[in-house]
Design a binder for this molecule. Structure first.
Ligand code: AOS
Ligand code: ZN
Length: 388
Protein backbone atom coordinates (compact mmCIF):
# COMPACT_ATOMS: atom_id res chain seq x y z
CA UNK A 1 0.00 0.00 0.00
CA UNK A 2 1.75 3.20 -1.08
CA UNK A 3 -1.15 5.70 -0.88
CA UNK A 4 -0.30 7.65 2.29
CA UNK A 5 -3.88 8.57 3.11
CA UNK A 6 -4.91 4.91 2.91
CA UNK A 7 -1.99 3.98 5.17
CA UNK A 8 -3.04 6.65 7.65
CA UNK A 9 -6.67 5.52 7.56
CA UNK A 10 -5.62 1.94 8.24
CA UNK A 11 -3.49 3.05 11.18
CA UNK A 12 -6.33 5.10 12.63
CA UNK A 13 -8.75 2.21 12.46
CA UNK A 14 -6.47 -0.42 14.01
CA UNK A 15 -7.60 -1.48 17.49
CA UNK A 16 -5.17 -2.88 20.06
CA UNK A 17 -6.64 -4.57 23.13
CA UNK A 18 -4.74 -4.27 26.40
CA UNK A 19 -4.76 -6.83 29.24
CA UNK A 20 -6.12 -5.97 32.70
CA UNK A 21 -3.34 -8.05 34.28
CA UNK A 22 -0.68 -5.90 32.59
CA UNK A 23 -1.68 -3.08 34.96
CA UNK A 24 -1.41 -5.20 38.11
CA UNK A 25 1.70 -6.34 39.94
CA UNK A 26 3.49 -9.30 38.43
CA UNK A 27 6.82 -11.03 38.61
CA UNK A 28 8.54 -14.35 38.35
CA UNK A 29 8.39 -17.29 40.72
CA UNK A 30 11.24 -15.60 42.59
CA UNK A 31 9.66 -12.22 43.35
CA UNK A 32 6.72 -9.98 42.57
CA UNK A 33 7.82 -6.35 42.85
CA UNK A 34 5.15 -3.88 43.93
CA UNK A 35 4.99 -0.51 42.19
CA UNK A 36 3.44 2.76 43.36
CA UNK A 37 0.00 3.54 41.95
CA UNK A 38 -0.89 0.00 40.90
CA UNK A 39 -4.69 -0.52 40.68
CA UNK A 40 -6.44 -2.02 43.67
CA UNK A 41 -9.39 -3.44 41.80
CA UNK A 42 -10.73 -4.03 38.26
CA UNK A 43 -12.32 -0.57 38.22
CA UNK A 44 -8.92 1.06 38.70
CA UNK A 45 -7.44 -1.25 36.05
CA UNK A 46 -9.99 0.23 33.63
CA UNK A 47 -8.79 3.71 34.59
CA UNK A 48 -5.21 2.74 33.69
CA UNK A 49 -6.33 1.25 30.39
CA UNK A 50 -8.17 4.51 29.73
CA UNK A 51 -4.86 6.37 30.11
CA UNK A 52 -3.33 4.18 27.41
CA UNK A 53 -6.29 4.82 25.13
CA UNK A 54 -6.30 8.56 25.84
CA UNK A 55 -2.68 8.91 24.72
CA UNK A 56 -2.63 6.42 21.82
CA UNK A 57 -6.19 6.65 20.49
CA UNK A 58 -6.15 3.00 19.38
CA UNK A 59 -6.60 1.00 22.61
CA UNK A 60 -10.31 1.16 23.52
CA UNK A 61 -10.62 -2.52 24.52
CA UNK A 62 -9.52 -4.30 27.68
CA UNK A 63 -9.23 -8.06 28.23
CA UNK A 64 -10.51 -9.32 31.56
CA UNK A 65 -9.30 -12.33 33.46
CA UNK A 66 -11.69 -14.37 35.58
CA UNK A 67 -11.36 -14.71 38.57
CA UNK A 68 -8.66 -12.01 38.84
CA UNK A 69 -11.24 -9.45 37.65
CA UNK A 70 -14.23 -11.01 39.34
CA UNK A 71 -16.68 -8.36 40.53
CA UNK A 72 -20.12 -8.56 42.11
CA UNK A 73 -21.65 -6.38 39.43
CA UNK A 74 -20.31 -6.80 35.88
CA UNK A 75 -22.84 -4.33 34.55
CA UNK A 76 -21.31 -1.69 36.83
CA UNK A 77 -17.79 -2.57 35.64
CA UNK A 78 -18.96 -2.36 32.03
CA UNK A 79 -20.61 1.02 32.66
CA UNK A 80 -17.42 2.24 34.33
CA UNK A 81 -15.38 1.12 31.30
CA UNK A 82 -17.83 2.74 28.89
CA UNK A 83 -17.74 5.96 30.88
CA UNK A 84 -13.99 5.99 30.29
CA UNK A 85 -14.42 5.43 26.55
CA UNK A 86 -13.56 1.73 26.74
CA UNK A 87 -15.28 -1.56 26.08
CA UNK A 88 -14.68 -5.03 27.46
CA UNK A 89 -12.67 -7.31 25.19
CA UNK A 90 -11.80 -10.96 25.62
CA UNK A 91 -12.74 -12.84 28.77
CA UNK A 92 -9.77 -14.99 29.82
CA UNK A 93 -10.58 -18.13 31.75
CA UNK A 94 -8.40 -19.47 34.53
CA UNK A 95 -8.28 -23.20 35.05
CA UNK A 96 -4.69 -23.26 36.19
CA UNK A 97 -4.63 -21.87 39.73
CA UNK A 98 -6.60 -24.35 41.75
CA UNK A 99 -5.24 -27.37 43.61
CA UNK A 100 -7.82 -29.55 41.88
CA UNK A 101 -6.14 -28.80 38.55
CA UNK A 102 -2.76 -30.33 39.44
CA UNK A 103 -3.19 -33.09 36.85
CA UNK A 104 -5.16 -31.00 34.40
CA UNK A 105 -8.46 -29.19 34.11
CA UNK A 106 -10.68 -30.19 31.19
CA UNK A 107 -8.32 -33.08 30.44
CA UNK A 108 -8.07 -34.30 34.05
CA UNK A 109 -8.55 -38.06 34.49
CA UNK A 110 -11.39 -37.49 37.02
CA UNK A 111 -14.81 -36.51 35.70
CA UNK A 112 -15.58 -34.32 38.74
CA UNK A 113 -12.55 -32.11 38.12
CA UNK A 114 -13.38 -31.86 34.42
CA UNK A 115 -16.91 -30.78 35.39
CA UNK A 116 -15.54 -28.07 37.67
CA UNK A 117 -13.24 -26.79 34.92
CA UNK A 118 -15.96 -26.78 32.27
CA UNK A 119 -18.32 -25.01 34.66
CA UNK A 120 -15.74 -22.26 35.05
CA UNK A 121 -15.54 -21.87 31.26
CA UNK A 122 -19.33 -21.63 31.13
CA UNK A 123 -19.22 -19.02 33.90
CA UNK A 124 -16.86 -17.03 31.66
CA UNK A 125 -19.50 -17.11 28.92
CA UNK A 126 -21.98 -15.71 31.47
CA UNK A 127 -19.49 -12.88 32.08
CA UNK A 128 -19.38 -12.31 28.32
CA UNK A 129 -23.16 -11.96 28.31
CA UNK A 130 -23.03 -9.46 31.16
CA UNK A 131 -20.18 -7.34 29.76
CA UNK A 132 -20.88 -7.55 26.03
CA UNK A 133 -17.53 -9.23 25.45
CA UNK A 134 -17.35 -10.92 22.04
CA UNK A 135 -14.44 -13.30 22.78
CA UNK A 136 -13.86 -16.19 25.14
CA UNK A 137 -10.14 -16.80 25.33
CA UNK A 138 -9.08 -20.24 26.44
CA UNK A 139 -5.61 -21.19 27.50
CA UNK A 140 -5.06 -24.54 29.18
CA UNK A 141 -2.03 -25.33 31.28
CA UNK A 142 -3.05 -28.99 30.96
CA UNK A 143 -0.41 -31.55 30.17
CA UNK A 144 1.88 -34.13 31.74
CA UNK A 145 5.38 -34.08 33.16
CA UNK A 146 6.41 -37.69 32.69
CA UNK A 147 6.18 -40.27 29.90
CA UNK A 148 3.39 -42.70 30.69
CA UNK A 149 1.71 -40.30 33.14
CA UNK A 150 -1.55 -40.27 31.17
CA UNK A 151 -3.05 -41.32 27.85
CA UNK A 152 -2.36 -38.62 25.23
CA UNK A 153 -5.37 -39.44 23.06
CA UNK A 154 -7.77 -39.83 25.99
CA UNK A 155 -6.79 -36.34 27.10
CA UNK A 156 -7.59 -35.02 23.60
CA UNK A 157 -11.00 -36.70 23.81
CA UNK A 158 -11.71 -35.06 27.16
CA UNK A 159 -10.58 -31.69 25.83
CA UNK A 160 -12.82 -32.06 22.82
CA UNK A 161 -15.82 -32.93 24.99
CA UNK A 162 -15.37 -29.81 27.15
CA UNK A 163 -14.76 -27.52 24.19
CA UNK A 164 -17.88 -28.81 22.47
CA UNK A 165 -20.06 -28.14 25.52
CA UNK A 166 -18.71 -24.59 25.84
CA UNK A 167 -18.93 -23.93 22.10
CA UNK A 168 -22.58 -24.90 22.11
CA UNK A 169 -23.26 -22.40 24.90
CA UNK A 170 -21.85 -19.46 22.84
CA UNK A 171 -24.26 -16.87 21.47
CA UNK A 172 -24.54 -15.77 17.85
CA UNK A 173 -21.90 -13.06 18.07
CA UNK A 174 -19.56 -14.75 20.50
CA UNK A 175 -16.34 -16.49 19.56
CA UNK A 176 -14.09 -19.04 21.18
CA UNK A 177 -10.40 -18.17 20.89
CA UNK A 178 -8.19 -21.19 21.55
CA UNK A 179 -4.61 -20.47 22.52
CA UNK A 180 -1.72 -22.91 22.23
CA UNK A 181 1.59 -23.04 24.05
CA UNK A 182 4.47 -25.45 23.59
CA UNK A 183 5.34 -26.03 27.21
CA UNK A 184 5.08 -24.64 30.76
CA UNK A 185 3.80 -25.50 33.24
CA UNK A 186 3.72 -29.00 31.75
CA UNK A 187 7.13 -30.19 30.65
CA UNK A 188 6.56 -33.48 28.81
CA UNK A 189 3.29 -33.14 26.92
CA UNK A 190 1.01 -30.14 26.68
CA UNK A 191 -2.56 -30.82 25.57
CA UNK A 192 -2.73 -27.81 23.22
CA UNK A 193 0.95 -27.38 22.35
CA UNK A 194 0.81 -25.95 18.85
CA UNK A 195 -1.28 -24.25 16.18
CA UNK A 196 -2.03 -27.59 14.50
CA UNK A 197 -3.72 -29.00 17.60
CA UNK A 198 -5.64 -25.77 18.20
CA UNK A 199 -6.65 -25.64 14.53
CA UNK A 200 -7.83 -29.26 14.51
CA UNK A 201 -10.09 -28.63 17.51
CA UNK A 202 -11.39 -25.36 16.04
CA UNK A 203 -12.14 -27.03 12.72
CA UNK A 204 -14.18 -29.70 14.46
CA UNK A 205 -16.05 -27.20 16.62
CA UNK A 206 -17.18 -24.79 13.91
CA UNK A 207 -16.59 -21.31 12.50
CA UNK A 208 -16.90 -19.49 15.82
CA UNK A 209 -13.78 -21.27 17.11
CA UNK A 210 -10.52 -19.62 16.12
CA UNK A 211 -6.85 -19.84 17.01
CA UNK A 212 -4.88 -17.39 19.16
CA UNK A 213 -1.22 -16.87 18.29
CA UNK A 214 0.69 -15.82 21.40
CA UNK A 215 4.07 -14.73 20.04
CA UNK A 216 5.86 -16.12 23.11
CA UNK A 217 4.50 -19.66 22.85
CA UNK A 218 6.72 -21.34 20.28
CA UNK A 219 9.98 -23.22 20.16
CA UNK A 220 12.94 -20.91 19.46
CA UNK A 221 13.34 -20.29 15.75
CA UNK A 222 9.73 -21.09 14.83
CA UNK A 223 8.56 -19.15 11.79
CA UNK A 224 5.54 -17.47 13.37
CA UNK A 225 4.67 -15.45 10.26
CA UNK A 226 4.15 -18.69 8.35
CA UNK A 227 1.62 -19.83 10.96
CA UNK A 228 -0.10 -16.45 10.75
CA UNK A 229 -0.29 -16.57 6.94
CA UNK A 230 -1.64 -20.10 7.00
CA UNK A 231 -4.30 -19.42 9.65
CA UNK A 232 -5.44 -16.31 7.78
CA UNK A 233 -5.68 -18.34 4.59
CA UNK A 234 -7.91 -20.82 6.40
CA UNK A 235 -9.98 -18.07 8.05
CA UNK A 236 -9.01 -19.27 11.53
CA UNK A 237 -6.74 -16.57 12.91
CA UNK A 238 -8.85 -15.20 15.74
CA UNK A 239 -6.36 -13.16 17.69
CA UNK A 240 -2.85 -12.36 18.72
CA UNK A 241 -1.44 -12.29 22.20
CA UNK A 242 1.46 -9.98 21.47
CA UNK A 243 4.57 -9.94 23.63
CA UNK A 244 8.33 -10.48 23.28
CA UNK A 245 10.50 -13.33 24.36
CA UNK A 246 14.19 -14.00 24.52
CA UNK A 247 14.02 -17.46 26.07
CA UNK A 248 10.61 -18.91 26.94
CA UNK A 249 7.25 -17.24 27.55
CA UNK A 250 8.90 -14.04 28.79
CA UNK A 251 5.86 -11.75 28.33
CA UNK A 252 8.08 -8.71 27.70
CA UNK A 253 6.96 -5.69 25.69
CA UNK A 254 6.02 -6.58 22.12
CA UNK A 255 8.61 -5.40 19.62
CA UNK A 256 11.31 -5.18 22.29
CA UNK A 257 13.15 -8.42 21.54
CA UNK A 258 12.70 -8.78 17.80
CA UNK A 259 11.02 -5.86 15.99
CA UNK A 260 11.88 -7.46 12.65
CA UNK A 261 9.85 -10.54 13.53
CA UNK A 262 6.93 -8.32 14.51
CA UNK A 263 7.20 -6.57 11.14
CA UNK A 264 7.26 -9.92 9.29
CA UNK A 265 4.15 -10.99 11.18
CA UNK A 266 2.37 -7.72 10.44
CA UNK A 267 3.38 -7.99 6.78
CA UNK A 268 1.53 -11.31 6.53
CA UNK A 269 -1.42 -9.78 8.40
CA UNK A 270 -1.64 -6.81 6.04
CA UNK A 271 -1.02 -8.84 2.91
CA UNK A 272 -3.65 -11.42 3.77
CA UNK A 273 -6.44 -9.06 4.79
CA UNK A 274 -5.96 -9.43 8.55
CA UNK A 275 -6.39 -5.71 9.21
CA UNK A 276 -9.89 -5.60 7.76
CA UNK A 277 -13.00 -5.81 9.89
CA UNK A 278 -14.20 -8.89 7.95
CA UNK A 279 -11.33 -11.06 9.19
CA UNK A 280 -11.95 -9.75 12.73
CA UNK A 281 -8.47 -10.47 14.09
CA UNK A 282 -8.20 -9.25 17.67
CA UNK A 283 -4.80 -7.63 18.28
CA UNK A 284 -4.32 -8.21 21.99
CA UNK A 285 -1.33 -7.69 24.22
CA UNK A 286 -0.51 -10.40 26.76
CA UNK A 287 2.30 -8.91 28.78
CA UNK A 288 3.52 -8.48 32.34
CA UNK A 289 5.54 -5.44 33.33
CA UNK A 290 7.56 -6.76 36.22
CA UNK A 291 10.27 -4.12 36.54
CA UNK A 292 9.14 -1.26 34.30
CA UNK A 293 6.35 1.26 34.95
CA UNK A 294 3.18 -0.34 33.68
CA UNK A 295 1.09 2.32 31.92
CA UNK A 296 4.10 3.73 30.02
CA UNK A 297 5.13 0.17 29.10
CA UNK A 298 1.70 -0.55 27.66
CA UNK A 299 1.80 2.75 25.75
CA UNK A 300 5.19 1.84 24.31
CA UNK A 301 3.91 -1.63 23.38
CA UNK A 302 0.92 -0.16 21.54
CA UNK A 303 3.28 2.20 19.69
CA UNK A 304 5.56 -0.72 18.81
CA UNK A 305 2.63 -2.59 17.23
CA UNK A 306 1.68 0.58 15.36
CA UNK A 307 5.22 1.01 14.04
CA UNK A 308 5.36 -2.57 12.77
CA UNK A 309 1.91 -2.13 11.22
CA UNK A 310 2.91 1.13 9.54
CA UNK A 311 6.01 -0.47 8.03
CA UNK A 312 3.95 -3.42 6.81
CA UNK A 313 1.45 -1.02 5.24
CA UNK A 314 4.31 0.71 3.42
CA UNK A 315 5.42 -2.47 1.62
CA UNK A 316 5.06 -1.80 -2.09
CA UNK A 317 2.77 -4.70 -2.94
CA UNK A 318 2.93 -4.20 -6.70
CA UNK A 319 6.73 -4.13 -6.75
CA UNK A 320 6.86 -7.13 -4.43
CA UNK A 321 4.45 -9.14 -6.57
CA UNK A 322 6.31 -8.30 -9.77
CA UNK A 323 9.67 -9.24 -8.26
CA UNK A 324 8.25 -12.48 -6.87
CA UNK A 325 6.62 -13.46 -10.15
CA UNK A 326 9.82 -12.85 -12.06
CA UNK A 327 11.73 -14.95 -9.56
CA UNK A 328 13.97 -12.06 -8.57
CA UNK A 329 15.00 -13.13 -5.10
CA UNK A 330 17.10 -10.09 -4.26
CA UNK A 331 14.58 -7.56 -5.56
CA UNK A 332 11.73 -9.21 -3.63
CA UNK A 333 13.71 -9.16 -0.43
CA UNK A 334 14.76 -5.54 -1.06
CA UNK A 335 11.12 -4.41 -1.33
CA UNK A 336 10.39 -5.84 2.08
CA UNK A 337 13.57 -4.46 3.63
CA UNK A 338 12.91 -0.99 2.21
CA UNK A 339 9.65 -0.88 4.11
CA UNK A 340 11.19 -2.29 7.27
CA UNK A 341 14.02 0.23 7.18
CA UNK A 342 11.68 3.22 6.85
CA UNK A 343 11.47 5.42 9.91
CA UNK A 344 7.69 5.54 10.39
CA UNK A 345 7.74 7.65 13.54
CA UNK A 346 7.10 10.93 11.65
CA UNK A 347 4.16 9.30 9.83
CA UNK A 348 2.67 8.05 13.09
CA UNK A 349 3.22 11.45 14.68
CA UNK A 350 1.16 13.00 11.86
CA UNK A 351 -1.54 10.38 12.27
CA UNK A 352 -1.79 11.15 15.99
CA UNK A 353 -1.79 14.89 15.41
CA UNK A 354 -4.68 14.44 12.98
CA UNK A 355 -6.51 12.58 15.76
CA UNK A 356 -5.89 15.42 18.20
CA UNK A 357 -3.28 13.45 20.14
CA UNK A 358 0.32 14.17 21.11
CA UNK A 359 2.87 13.22 18.47
CA UNK A 360 4.66 10.85 20.86
CA UNK A 361 2.22 9.12 23.23
CA UNK A 362 4.95 7.88 25.56
CA UNK A 363 6.48 11.33 26.04
CA UNK A 364 3.05 12.97 26.25
CA UNK A 365 1.96 10.61 29.02
CA UNK A 366 5.13 11.17 31.04
CA UNK A 367 4.80 14.95 30.59
CA UNK A 368 1.14 14.90 31.68
CA UNK A 369 2.03 14.19 35.31
CA UNK A 370 -0.70 11.54 35.38
CA UNK A 371 1.71 8.84 36.53
CA UNK A 372 2.49 10.83 39.70
CA UNK A 373 -1.14 11.87 40.19
CA UNK A 374 -2.31 8.25 40.02
CA UNK A 375 0.38 7.11 42.48
CA UNK A 376 -0.55 9.90 44.92
CA UNK A 377 -4.25 9.04 44.73
CA UNK A 378 -3.80 5.31 45.26
CA UNK A 379 -2.31 5.03 48.67
CA UNK A 380 -3.42 2.21 50.94
CA UNK A 381 -5.51 -0.81 50.10
CA UNK A 382 -4.24 -3.97 48.49
CA UNK A 383 -2.72 -3.72 45.05
CA UNK A 384 -3.95 -6.04 42.34
CA UNK A 385 -1.58 -8.71 41.19
CA UNK A 386 -1.37 -12.32 40.24
CA UNK A 387 -4.28 -14.07 41.82
CA UNK A 388 -6.32 -10.93 42.46
C1 AOS B 1 -0.41 -18.23 29.31
O1 AOS B 1 0.75 -18.55 29.18
C2 AOS B 1 -1.14 -17.51 28.32
O2 AOS B 1 -0.33 -16.69 27.55
C3 AOS B 1 -2.52 -16.95 28.54
O3 AOS B 1 -2.87 -16.06 27.53
C4 AOS B 1 -2.94 -16.47 29.86
O4 AOS B 1 -4.29 -16.68 30.00
C5 AOS B 1 -2.65 -15.03 30.14
O5 AOS B 1 -1.27 -14.86 30.24
C6 AOS B 1 -3.30 -14.52 31.40
O6 AOS B 1 -2.94 -15.33 32.46
ZN1 ZN C 1 -1.28 -15.56 26.00
Amino acid sequence: MSDVSAVKAALKSQVIETPSWGYGNSGTRFKVFAQPGVPRDPFEKMEDAAQVHAFTGVAPKVSLHIPWDKVADYAALTRHAEGLGLRIGAINSNVFQDDDFKLGSVTHPEAAVRRKATDHLLECVDVMDETGSPDLKLWFSDGTNYPGQDDIVARQDRLSEALTEVYERLGEDQRMLLEYKLFEPAFYTTDVPDWGTAYAHCLKLGPKAQVVVDTGHHAPGTNIEFIVALLLREGRLGAFDFNSRFYADDDLMVGAADPFQLFRIMHEVVKNGGLTSETNVNFMLDQCHNIEAKIPAVIRSVANVQEATAKALLVDGDALGAAQRSGDVLASNAVLMDAYNTDVRPLLAEVREEQGLGRDPFAAYLASGNQERIAAARVGGTQAGWGA
